[in-house]
Design a protein around this ligand. Sequence first.
Ligand code: SAH
Length: 260
Amino acid sequence: MENEQISIHDFDVSLICELHIGLERQGPGSPEMTIKALSFLDNLDKISRVADLGCGTGGQTMILAQNINGNITGVDFFPDFINIFNDNAKKFNLQDRVNGIVGLMENLPFQKEEFDLIWSEGAIANIGFEKALNYWKDFLKTDGYIAVTYESWFTDKRPAEIEKFWVDAVPEINTIGHNISIMQKAGYHFVAAFTLPEKCWTDNYFIPREAAQKALLKKYPGNKTVEAFVACMQHEAKLYSKYKQYYGYVFYIGKKIKMV
Ligand code: SAH
């Protein structure tokens, strides 16, 4: 198929934004997995400052806010996502401690050692796992936690078709063991890693996204770019159902330690 050669990088970000804006989440995940990741933190009651980087419209941020007491700042580079994020904060009556700002994950407007917790679901690959872990660490207090989801290989070897697809999408993609060692090298104590269940991809992401894809095609009838974009999304979902035993999102949780 011709469209199998087209990669997500070939499309305008505004199209990606338009597809995802009405969805509760902009990537795989679930409230249960956000809460599970939180369960590995040993100082939940002491958390006062949290950053959620690549927050999207805040699906996971509102769950976080309902389970911890601190103030959360969401950062995303799409202003439209941030508008919805702040509307959602109001909807959940969380506006006093949840605030979204437009910004870049790789150029944060924060003070050094400002945060007790840095969260990021489905976004870290946009700036690179290793680079982000190193850069974000400066904004964490000693003993502060980082919790991120990141695309990871489950096996050492993969069929060529899926290897090619993901190396193109996320050139740094690697195995769980390798990613844990990257986290340790970046100066974190490794706390936990667990795999997101399949439902986080299917029920919570691909299925609602499929409905949004249909709506997009209806909105732009005969538009070749939109058709190619939707075909690219469908291809991604098809590959997932075919190769899901080889890869998925993994939650990585680490604690910034003081080097002595
Ligand atoms: N955390 C949300 C969204 C994940 S999608 C969820 O799990 O539902 C990835 C998000 O990262 C998108 O909202 C995208 O706009 C944002 N993003 C990508 N690159 C970024 C960058 N360099 N700086 C800030 N946000 C970025």
